[in-house]
Ligand binder design. Sequence first.
Ligand code: LLP
Length: 386
Amino acid sequence: MAQLNIPLEKFGSIRTPFYFYDVALLKETLSEVARLEKAHHFDVHYAVKANVNDRILEIINEAGLGADCVSGNEVSRVIGIGFPSEKVVFAGVGKTDREIETALSHNIFGFNCESIQEVQVINSIALNNNKRANVSIRINPNVDAKTHKHITTGLEENKFGINLTDLDAVLEVIKASKGIDFKGLHFHIGSQVTDMSRFLELCSRINDVSSLLEQKGIEVEHINAGGGLGIDYHDPHKNCIPNFAEYFNVFNKNLKLKPGQKLHFELGRAIVGQCGVLVSRVLYEKAGKKKNFLILDAGMSELMRPALYQAYHLIGNLTSKSMEQNEYDVVGPICETTDSFGQNILLPKSSRGDLFAIYSAGAYGQVLSNRYNLRDVPEVIYSDRI
Ligand code: LLP
């Protein structure tokens, strides 16, 4: 059984806060993805935005996954790491001309386009550079991911994708564009999606769009169903590897692929989320009038998700031996009231110097960290190099 291993005995001399990554767990997660990818003949691209550490990228590349990038710098980074260019996709709602040029210079697999104007710009940049660009269009499927509203992307009120009402117009532009080859359709409904019925609804929407193109006699080489598979933030120990089989099965059973058509995914959180832990120390205990506060040496500058999305992360005291349980607000040191990891959390009696783990921090943790208050950049520790 896969598990998250925390080598506490080796943490003593490391300056907190730091990010810890369980490499064995990451590799097991990847081998499960690679096994299913092969069995179903899917192509999985890792959504690089979730974690861009070189070491993590190297391990993901070794597992044979492709890369889904959302900036020119991400494209250059993954190419530098050694990802084959034919496995690199460039997505995002606001690609700059320079980023488009960068991606074209690397001869990547293709661009996922999000507006008619973007298609026109890619076409002219490709022609100016004597290149051709492979283009897929991102359709806004108007499917509610039923996740936090800040990480919902597939509704008509969201800025992402091209609405179906503009489908004919975008296809006309593509047809007239000599620097572009149309390759596929792209969809993404949102992130941290745990209700599989959302993906089921996405399948039926994809089938509709796909038939529409078939009626128009337009060949679709590949369909990209996006990412979004959620992880168990409440029990990262029990569910340290997400249920990829269940997720892929939804698509395998419900998507009507045409012969020769390839299905792509771009998963981020599900791949790297559970292998990362933010380790921090209690600086101070403070009994407030209504609350007992534990003030950690990590804050929203190291892990922003609770402040930004009211996200839940399991918090554990790694060192207390006390049998007494207390309720605490676990907060950071930053001068912001939202700098809190959790309220009214039941924990063993905790004291200054205790080591804390904030779990499930491998995705959108380190990448979103910043130096607000001119704080130090946290160290990064890998389980096999400690
Ligand atoms: N594809 C597209 C087009 C996306 O926008 C995203 C994530 C992904 C794939 C990967 O989604 P995943 O498999 O990781 O759910 N910072 C937020 C999450 C933002 C997700 C942005 N887009 C958080 O901390 O929850």
